[in-house]
Design a protein around this ligand. Structure first.
Ligand code: CA
Length: 372
């Protein structure tokens, strides 16, 4: 990863600033070739990337579009990646198999959707009361997380790369207030992954459905509550029109990491420079998504509260305490049933314990002080 770190910086500087990395001699050679229309130029490599998001959806959906654009630019048009939204080539949750089976070369999704195939995958998106975006990025890229993620996807013929982070999500949309843990009883809540398992233990009925189905499901009462992402994406789906209360914080997803999935054979067939471009473009997009959410959630929340009259509500501390306690039990129980999940959880937990101690006297201390 050290090698990637320095490569990342040098290639990123070249790719993002538009500086031409080639020498002036090379430039004149290239110019003369261009003038004579190089006869032996290789045709561009064409890849297909399917996502789990609606086409061009803010944040999540824009990341793969920007990634494809960056790869095109950095490779000087040698690698063309066509991006397809959920349902265009295959359903939202079929993209993992699509990449694994080589139907598509890449996908953009979130790893907790694959918990049925690989329970350990859940740690690479977000777990209830787990690490924040900043912490996850540290773990993945400098704390051994990427190596474990690669190991988890290796049997599927898939190489993972981090593909953006939404930051702290919201707790979701409800039509009745949550004052005690008992208020979850009988509620049908759209919440995928471990968060859904936690809700099941407090008597709720968790369901998973793609984002575009949420509005209709809330409107018809097929579900009682739903979490999606946060202000930018929730506003785009109009969820405030079909639910009354907007709860925070997103205890179930404190920093959801997205993923690029790459078919291993396709990746290995690329020349080394294109492989490096893919890695570096993904790393740039990974940070770019977080930066965009950090900025756009502010104005989207203002719109929801001031213009749309949404009622913001905090989960009571006793409810969060109870959910945290149950979250630990759910993760422990699942880890006890799957050796690879246990291995990844132990590594995740050890890193988290360390970073939490440091953040107590840095991020957290500052954040608490700033509230006054
Ligand atoms: Ca979510």
């Amino acid at each position: 990863m050290r090698k990637l770190g320095s490569l990342f910086i040098s290639v990123l500087l070249m790719g993002l600033s538009g500086c031409n990395p080639v020498s002036s001699d090379a430039q004149s050679v290239a110019a003369s070739h261009a003038a004579t229309d190089v006869p032996h130029a290789l045709p561009a490599i064409e890849w297909r990337l399917a996502t789990s998001w609606p086409k061009n959806f803010p944040g999540l959906g824009m990341a793969p579009e920007r990634f494809a654009h960056l790869v095109d630019e950095m490779s000087n048009g040698r690698l063309k990646i066509s991006v397809y939204g959920a349902g265009e080539l295959m359903p939202a949750f079929a993209v993992f198999d699509g990449v694994s089976q080589g139907k598509i070369q890449m996908a953009h999704s979130a790893s907790f959707y694959w918990r049925g195939k690989a329970p350990a995958a859940q740690f690479f998106s977000s777990i209830p009361f787990g690490m924040t975006a900043q912490e996850i990025n540290g773990w993945l890229h400098y704390g051994g997380g990427m190596e474990l993620w690669t190991e988890v996807y290796q049997p599927f013929g898939i190489i993972p790369l981090a593909g953006g982070n939404t930051g702290m999500q919201m707790g979701g949309w409800f039509n009745k207030p949550i004052n005690t843990i008992a208020d979850f009883k009988g509620l049908k809540v759209r919440m995928p992954g471990l968060g859904g398992e936690v809700l099941k233990r407090v008597g709720a009925v968790p369901v998973n459905m793609a984002g575009r189905e949420l509005y209709g499901a809330l409107q018809t009462g097929a579900i009682d509550a739903a979490e999606w992402v946060g202000p930018v994406n929730d506003l785009a789906f109009g969820l405030h029109k079909v639910a009354k209360y907007y709860y925070y914080p997103g205890w179930h997803e404190p920093g959801s990491n997205m993923e690029f999935l790459i078919n291993t054979a396709a990746f290995e067939s690329l020349p080394e420079d294109l492989q490096a471009i893919i890695r570096v473009a993904a790393r740039a997009i990974n940070q770019d998504m977080l930066d965009e959410y950090t900025t756009r959630n502010v104005t989207a929340l203002e719109t929801l509260v001031k213009d749309e009259g949404v009622e913001l509500k905090a989960f009571p501390p006793n409810v969060l305490l109870e959910l945290e306690k149950i979250s630990k039990q759910v993760i422990e129980d699942q880890a006890n049933q799957d050796p690879l999940m246990r291995k990844v959880y132990d590594a995740y937990h050890a890193y988290e314990q360390g970073v939490r101690q440091y953040h107590k006297i840095s991020e957290d201390a500052y954040s608490q002080q700033r509230q006054h």
